[in-house]
Design a protein around this ligand. Structure first.
Ligand code: SAM
Length: 264
C-alpha cells in the first residue's frame, strides 16, 4: 500500500460521481488524443481509456508509475511518461492537424506555474479540463472589479476562454485536502481576443500593474509609462489595475516601449 506523498500534492479522487462528471466535461470523441496530468493510481485514467484513441499520462512519482504499469498492463492505448509535467514538451506528443485534449486532477502546489507552461504550448491544445483549488478557479474566471481579479485572471483570459464547471468537496478525496476544489474548462482562443503587439510587453505591464494592487496605475506603472501615456490610451491614470478589462492592458502594452530584460 503506497502512502500519499505530500510533496507531490497527492489527494486521490474516490468519488465515482465526480469522475463521471469530469469525463463528461471533456466530451471525448473516439478519435481524440487525450493527455492526463498526474494520473496517480489511475482513478480517472480508467474512465478515460475506453473513450479515446490514445491516452498519454504524465506522472512524476516512480512508485505510482510502476503501479499504473501493472494495473493497465496490456492496454495499448495508454502511454505512461514518468516525468515532471512542468518540463514536459506537449508539442512532442501532438500529431499534425490533431490537437490534444488535456485533463487532470492537478497537484495544487504547481497549478499556477503549470497553467503558464501550458499557455506557452496552447497551439497544440484543443481544450483542458482541470480540477483545481476553488480559490484558483475563482481567480481564473474573475471579472474586473471583483476581489479575485488579478494577474492570473488577465493572463489566463488572454489565452483561453474559461468556464467554472462545478465544485468538489474535500470528502471526495483520500486524503481530503484542506480546501474545496473546482473543475474548470479552459479553451485556447482560436483568435486572440485583443491585440498586444508584443507578448513580453503585455506580460510586463500586467505584472507591474498588479505588483501593488492598492496603487493607482500612475504609481504602479512608473517608470514604464507616464500618466500622460496612460491617459492617451483612454485610461484614467488614477484607476487601479483590478478595475481594468483585458482590452485596457492590451492598450497599455501597445503604448509601452521595448522592455528591459530584468523587467520582462
Ligand atoms: N489523478 C489522480 C486522482 O484523481 O486520484 C491523482 C491526483 S493527485 C491530486 C495529483 C497527481 O499528480 C499525483 O499522482 C502526483 O504524484 C502527480 N504529480 C505531482 N506533481 C507532478 C509533476 N510535477 N509532474 C507530474 N505529475 C505530478
Amino acid at each position: 500500500m503506497l502512502k500519499p506523498k505530500k510533496r507531490f500534492g497527492q489527494h486521490f479522487l474516490v468519488d465515482a460521481r465526480v469522475l463521471v462528471r469530469i469525463l463528461a466535461a471533456l466530451t471525448i470523441q473516439s478519435d481524440d488524443h487525450v493527455v492526463e496530468i498526474g494520473p496517480g493510481k489511475g482513478a480517472l485514467t480508467r474512465y478515460l481509456l475506453p473513450h479515446c484513441r490514445r491516452l498519454d499520462a504524465i506522472e512524476i512519482d516512480r512508485d505510482l508509475v510502476e503501479l499504473l504499469k501493472e494495473k493497465f498492463a496490456g492496454q495499448e492505448k495508454l502511454h505512461l511518461h514518468c516525468a515532471d509535467v512542468l518540463r514536459f514538451d506537449f508539442a512532442s506528443l501532438a500529431e499534425p492537424e490533431k490537437r490534444l485534449k488535456i485533463v487532470g486532477n492537478l497537484p495544487y502546489n504547481i497549478s499556477t506555474p503549470l497553467l503558464f507552461h501550458l499557455f506557452k504550448q496552447k497551439y497544440v491544445i484543443a481544450d483542458m479540463v482541470f480540477m483545481l483549488q476553488k480559490e484558483v478557479a475563482t481567480r481564473l474566471t474573475a471579472s474586473p472589479g471583483s476581489k479575485r481579479y488579478g494577474r492570473l485572471s488577465v493572463m489566463a483570459q488572454y489565452h483561453c476562454g474559461i468556464e467554472m464547471l462545478f465544485t468538489v468537496p474535500a470528502q471526495s478525496f483520500r486524503p481530503p485536502p484542506k480546501v474545496t476544489s473546482a473543475v474548470v474548462r479552459l479553451t485556447p482562443h482560436p483568435a486572440l481576443p485583443v491585440e498586444v503587439s508584443d507578448y513580453t510587453r503585455f506580460q510586463a505591464v500586467v505584472a507591474a500593474a498588479f505588483s501593488q494592487r492598492r496603487k493607482t496605475l500612475r504609481n504602479a506603472l512608473y517608470p514604464l509609462l507616464s500618466a500622460e501615456a496612460i491617459r492617451a490610451c483612454g485610461i484614467d491614470p488614477g484607476s487601479r489595475a483590478e478595475e481594468l478589462p483585458l482590452s485596457a492592458f492590451a492598450a497599455l502594452s501597445r503604448a509601452l516601449g521595448p522592455v528591459h530584460p530584468t523587467i520582462a
